[in-house]
Design a protein around this ligand. Structure first.
Ligand code: SF4
Length: 495
């Protein structure tokens, strides 16, 4: 068998993590798998949407059709009880409008209200709104509470994607000074820990694959890949505007206009992004001026036709961004990746040869060896000094991160992940250290742990998944953390 049609086959270790972390709840595992196909994100994603006016839909209605104005979404509750407290809503219009003040509980499905036991829990009696992703009415809500389903409203916003949400950037609960999970990890060998983390890492890739598959079911997979790559090029601060740009200039439009000329593609992208300088800076050298004249020469002919779609420069975060990561530079990487004779998705697919052991190397190479650009490969900032050696438009670390986070799930979502990839993923260079990795490793393994415990790309993915599944979710200061409970059962079983 050359191709792997099922996610569970593509990522066999993932099952181990999924089963362990809900070992006591096998029916939940089945349900979670079904749900993953329809909504491959978490409840926390919905909490972030509710809390953040950037993502929260401006227009909302109750499931009975009354308009809802959110005057105050409430304070994020990191302790036990409803998700938000002290919220204020205006429900209904005109003289019939009424004000509700109280708590808000967020779930994926309406039935979660009852299955989580809130109907009989006095802490939830002040809930004024039950906010869910899927529509429907929950049984046993307090009399005055309204039901609000977000799905329809989120789908109306073409610029929105759950992937834009950095779930770790919102409040998260305090952890116990000595988390109970740490004592179970302390009894494991380095190999056991690495293997466990890698199973969590595979689970994370499986979730990403499900998300890409869900996206590709709604739009062309080529456009899905294009948007995901744009988001990755936006790094931390410009993910939202990059996604917005990819939707304003869809891949098909870009390729129709630019063909395989990256400079034409760049002019269109930078013009619609609203980032092209409108005045020449006296300090710029002749090469910079010539480059900008050529770009403007292409853009001004288009600008009228695109005038209603040009983004506001204020939508971009430009201060504090390293020159190498500046959106104007990254847009050239995008233009060179997507304005080529063969579409990027097809180039990825052509590399997914099951017999080729260098397939992952080839994928990262395709991203990090983008053909040189006469201007941007020699500058780390607009008008900056010409560098003595060419600079990669996408560095090797970023290319490896894109390969793991996008290319592999993309191929798996199309059932085109080579069999050998499972082992090869381990050989990818690990992504650079970041706050979540450091925090989770310290919680799980103590202050003086060896970084070898999470030395592979897959293990690092696993640490992030554990953080998101447990450390972000548990509101009992670790006392009722399901991972610690499962590890306890697992160690008592001797399994
Ligand atoms: S929440 Fe769970 S996994 Fe996270 S530190 Fe506490 S016990 Fe460990």
């Amino acid at each position: 068998m050359n191709r792997l049609p099922l996610l569970s086959l593509a990522f066999p270790l993932a099952k181990r993590y999924q089963i362990l972390h809900v070992k006591e709840h096998r029916s939940e595992v089945r349900e979670a798998r079904l749900l993953q196909k329809e909504y491959p994100w978490t409840e926390r994603h919905l909490q972030c949407v509710w809390s953040d006016s950037t993502f929260r839909p401006h227009t909302l209605r109750t499931t009975t059709g009354e308009s809802v104005t959110i005057e105050e979404p409430g304070e994020w509750n990191s302790e036990a009880g409803p998700d938000f407290v002290n919220a204020s809503l205006r429900v209904g219009a005109g003289s019939d409008a009424r004000h509700l003040h109280g708590d808000v509980e967020i779930h994926i499905r309406p039935s979660d209200w009852r299955s989580h036991g809130h109907a009989s829990d006095p802490r939830y009696q002040h809930v004024i709104a039950h906010v869910t992703y899927f529509p429907g009415n929950a049984c046993g809500l307090p009399d005055h509470a309204v039901s609000i389903a977000l799905r329809e409203f989120l789908q109306q916003n073409r610029a929105f994607s759950f992937d834009l949400i950095d779930v770790a950037a919102y409040p998260w609960p305090v952890r116990a000074p000595q988390p109970p999970c740490a004592k179970y990890f302390a009894c494991m060998t380095c190999e056991e820990i690495l293997s466990f983390l890698e199973s969590a890492g595979e689970y994370r890739l499986q979730l990403k694959t499900a998300r890409l598959r869900a996206e590709s079911n709604q739009r062309d997979p080529h456009q899905t890949l294009y948007e995901e790559l744009f988001v990755a090029l936006g790094y931390k601060h410009n993910r939202i505007p990059f996604r917005m740009l990819a939707r304003r200039v869809p891949l098909q439009t870009l390729r129709q206009f630019a063909g395989s000329d990256p400079l034409r593609g760049y002019a269109l992208l930078a013009g619609v992004a609203g980032l092209l300088p409108t005045q020449i800076n006296d300090r710029w050298d002749e090469e910079t001026r010539t480059f900008l004249r050529r770009v403007w020469g292409l853009w001004w002919k288009l600008s009228n036709a695109w005038s209603g779609h040009i983004m506001n420069r204020k939508e971009w975060r430009l201060s504090g961004v390293r020159p190498l990561n500046h959106p104007l530079r990254r847009l050239m990487a995008a233009a060179r990746l997507f304005c080529s004779p063969t579409p990027l998705a097809e180039r990825f697919l052509s590399l997914s040869d099951p017999e080729n052991p260098s397939f992952l190397e080839n994928i990262t190479g395709l991203l990090s060896n983008i053909p040189e650009d006469p201007y941007w490969s020699w500058r780390n900032g607009l008008g900056g000094a010409r560098t003595p050696r060419p600079l990669a438009l996408i560095g090797p670390d970023r290319a490896a991160a894109i390969a793991v986070n996008i290319a592999i799930p993309f191929l798996a979502s199309l059932d085109r992940l080579p069999h050998a990839a499972r082992d090869l993923i381990r050989t990818l260079p690990p992504e650079a250290d970041h706050r979540i990795l450091r925090t989770t490793a310290k919680l799980l393994f103590g202050r003086d742990h060896s970084p070898l415990l999470y030395s592979t790309a897959l293990a690092r993915q696993g640490l992030v998944q554990i953080f998101q599944d447990f450390c972000l979710q548990d509101r009992t200061r670790c006392q009722r953390c399901l991972l610690a409970q499962s590890l306890n059962t697992h160690s008592s079983d001797g399994s």
